[in-house]
Structures are given as structure tokens and as C-alpha cells.
Design a binder for this molecule. Structure first.
Ligand code: HEC
Length: 393
């Protein structure tokens, strides 16, 4: 068992953990936001109860009450929600390190974007991760921190800058994941550094017989609202590596920005709907943004145009540029088994993967970081061959 093989298992197990904990975290987060927005007027009796809700789920009836600030007496047992968020970050960050830092030469650096040594890419990536949180946190705590509209505008501007910078120093896929990791880190840090410590202070005050300071509730609520709007864009970014037409587009930084915008619009729609409104222009706006993406993402690069080459030539291009990784036993260092099960050693195998090859070669997603230095002319030939129906000869 070699390192590359074990690292593939680590990749899979971390990803599994990441998806599960992410579901648990975002699931509770969606649930509580929905609950907050759908509270009914409480039955009279307890002036501290601001709203309540009856619901039915899984064969049981539930009765929840929301207290303004806090109940008179702290209950014996209080359920906290934090480990879902923490484990989402721990697993996600480990996965990011395993793929984008350990293999930075393949996944972060793309010489066609900007040539740099792998260690420098990792350093920049780390500085951006920390800097993103520090900048965001300072902004929220600044004198503009309570002006949500201004904060939203600055946040969108900052996202534009970060997306532009990331997409102009890293390969597309690495840039997307870099922005995703930065956003995810901000979301988890909101829980770990603001929401949970604030709640701790509120509980401590009550235990000391004092009234908790409502500012902690306000601050926590603000960060929790921010997390809501970041959720959909982050999930998009996490699945985007499967779709090179997004991260390999020449407008890839605008794709990131548009996705951020449309995700926030859709989320806003659901938030308002839970409050009883039905602002259909929000999802319509999101659909328009996505339509724009589809147009912007349309391949601009040469789609062959040339006459289809003889199959022997295709085979020799694939052998030179793809097979070091896409073989039953890859020779490329760090690749233990053929990526995504794509093996292109025999004529039959090459033809089998022709359609998949088109997308990868056209968007220049493959070879990753152009490790095998395929030329534009060779790309054109492969595409012309696929366009001609991938003839065996
Ligand atoms: C340095 C190794 C390497 C080289 C060289 C390489 N690939 Fe890949 N290929 C990968 C990896 C890694 C993946 C899996 C990407 C991922 O994790 O989504 C992959 C995935 C693919 C996929 C499947 C995409 C999917 O998401 O289902 C296709 C098709 C593909 N490569 C085609 C090619 C072609 C065609 C070439 C040659 C022009 C090539 N690759 C060269 C490493 C390589």
C-alpha cells in the first residue's frame, strides 16, 4: 500500500464525514431560521415568550417557544449546537489540505494562469484563508457593523475582489475551492468566535443571577443571518469541481460572483416566504443570473474546426498527454488508481470516453495544470475527432 493509495482513502473518508457533518450543521441552521420566521403569536401567560410553534414530525407533536433574551430561570439541561459546525470545518479543512495544499502543484498552481512554486501557492492560500476571516470580522465589529445594507454592499464588493484575485493567481478549480474554503471558514468562525462565546456569556450572566446583555443575542443573530446567505453559494462551490465549464470559464471569477448573488437571492426568497410574502422576482432574478452564466460560460475556445485526424494520431496524443494518469496502473506520481475510473489505454477505451473527453479538453480542465503540456493544436485535433463522431478510422 503506497501513500497515494492511502491518501485516496483519506480523501474519500474525509469527504464522507464532511458531507454528513455539513448536512447536520446546515440542516439545524435552516431549521432554526425557518422556525424563527414561522413563529405564531404565543398564548397569553408568559410575557417572556415572544412566539411559539406547534408542529408534527416523525409521528410526534412538538411545541416550541421562543424566549426574548432568556427564560427567567435557566433550564437544567440546555442543548447547544456547535459540533456540527466545528466538524464540518475540521473535515473540510483537512480535505482542502490533502488535495489543494499537498498537491498544490496540480490543483492550485496553473502555469497558464500564473506560474509559481507550490509552496508559494500554499502560503498565499493560507494567508487568504486567515485574512478573509480577520477582514470580515473587523468589518462587522466596525462602526458600520450594524448597517446591514452597507455591510452587504461591502461584502459583495469584497467577494468580487477576492474572486478576481483568486482566479488570476490560481488555476480555476483551486481558485473556486479557495474562495469556498474562505467562505466556509468565515461561517464556522462565526459560530466558534462570536455565536457560541456570546451564548456562553449570556448563560454565565444568568447563572450569576444577572440579566444577560442583549447585545450578545444581537451579535449572534447578525452572524447567523450572514451564514444563511453564504450557505447556498458555498455548497455550489463545493460541487463545482465536477463541472469544468464553471471554473475553467474565462469569466470564472464572474461565475463565482454571480453564483454568490443568485444563491443569496434564492435564500432571501425562502426567508421572506416563511414570513408570508411571495416575492417571485427574487427567484426570477436568480434564474436570470444563472442564464447569464450559461451564456458567459459557453466555450469560446477553438472547438476543433480542423478535419478529424486519423485515429492513430488521436491515440498517440492520448498516450502522450493523458495515459500517465488515465491508465489501469498510472505512472504519474501521486495517482494511485485511474481518476474517476477513466482509463484510456486501448482504442476501445479511448472511444468509450470520447464524450467525457470533449468537455475536459475543451474547457482545458484536463490535463490538470497542463502537467503533460498538451498543445493547443493537439486539443484541436482531439476535439475535431470527437466532433466527427469519434471514428475508429
Ligand atoms: C496528471 C494526471 C492527469 C492527466 C495527465 C490527465 N488527467 Fe484526466 N483526470 C485526472 C484527475 C485527478 C481526474 C479527476 C478529477 C476530479 O477529481 O474531479 C481526472 C478526470 C478526468 C475525466 C473525468 C471527469 C469527470 O468528472 O468525470 C476525464 C474524462 C479526463 N480526466 C480526461 C482526460 C484527458 C482527455 C486527458 C489528456 C488530454 C487527461 N484527462 C489527462 C488526472 C489527469
Amino acid at each position: 500500500m503506497d501513500v497515494a493509495y492511502l491518501s485516496e482513502w483519506a480523501n474519500l473518508l474525509l469527504r464522507w464525514l464532511h458531507v454528513i457533518t455539513g448536512i447536520a450543521w446546515i440542516g439545524t441552521s435552516f431549521y432554526f431560521i425557518g422556525l424563527d420566521n414561522q413563529l405564531d403569536k404565543p398564548a397569553p401567560g408568559n410575557p417572556r415568550v415572544a412566539g411559539e410553534q406547534w408542529s408534527i414530525h416523525g409521528g410526534g407533536f412538538y411545541h416550541k417557544q421562543k424566549y426574548l433574551v432568556a427564560p427567567e430561570q435557566l433550564p437544567e439541561k440546555l442543548h447547544w449546537f456547535k459540533w456540527e459546525a466545528y466538524w464540518t470545518w475540521i473535515s473540510g479543512f483537512s480535505l482542502f489540505v490533502l488535495i489543494y495544499w499537498v498537491q498544490a502543484g496540480t490543483y492550485l498552481v496553473d502555469p497558464a494562469v500564473l506560474a509559481m512554486p507550490a509552496w508559494l501557492a500554499v502560503l498565499i492560500s493560507a494567508v487568504m484563508l486567515v485574512g478573509g476571516w480577520v477582514g470580515y470580522d473587523l468589518l462587522c465589529k466596525s462602526k458600520h457593523g450594524e448597517n446591514e445594507v452597507l455591510l452587504g454592499a461591502i461584502g459583495a464588493g469584497a467577494l468580487a475582489v477576492v474572486a478576481f484575485v483568486a482566479c488570476h493567481i490560481f488555476g480555476g478549480r483551486g481558485a473556486f475551492l479557495q474562495v469556498g474554503a474562505m467562505t466556509g471558514t468565515i461561517m464556522v468562525a462565526n459560530v466558534a468566535m462570536v455565536i457560541i462565546p456570546g451564548q456562553r456569556k449570556m448563560v454565565a450572566a444568568m447563572q450569576a443571577g444577572q440579566a444577560p446583555d442583549p447585545k450578545y443575542g444581537r451579535w449572534g443573530k447578525q452572524r447567523s443571518v450572514h451564514n444563511t446567505y453564504l450557505t447556498l453559494p458555498v455548497i455550489f462551490i463545493m460541487i463545482s469541481p465536477h463541472y469544468p465549464m464553471t471554473y475553467q470559464s474565462q469569466w470564472n471569477w464572474l461565475v463565482l460572483l454571480a453564483v454568490g448573488l443568485s444563491g443569496a437571492l434564492v435564500r432571501q426568497y425562502f426567508v421572506l416566504r416563511q414570513k408570508g410574502a411571495n416575492p417571485v422576482w427574487l427567484p426570477a432574478g436568480a434564474a436570470a443570473v444563472v442564464a447569464l452564466l450559461v451564456v458567459l460560460g459557453a466555450p469560446q475556445r477553438a472547438t476543433g474546426g480542423a478535419e478529424a485526424p486519423a485515429f492513430a494520431e488521436v491515440q498517440s496524443i492520448v498516450a502522450a498527454r493523458c495515459v500517465s494518469c488515465h491508465a489501469a496502473r498510472p505512472t504519474q506520481e501521486g495517482i494511485a488508481s485511474p481518476p474517476k475510473g477513466v482509463v484510456m489505454e486501448t482504442p476501445q477505451q479511448i472511444r468509450r470516453w470520447a464524450a467525457a473527453m470533449r468537455q475536459q479538453v475543451q474547457t482545458e480542465a484536463m490535463p490538470p495544470g497542463n502537467l503533460t503540456e498538451i498543445t493547443a493544436e493537439e486539443r484541436g485535433k482531439l476535439l475535431a475527432w470527437v466532433a466527427a463522431g469519434a471514428p475508429a478510422d
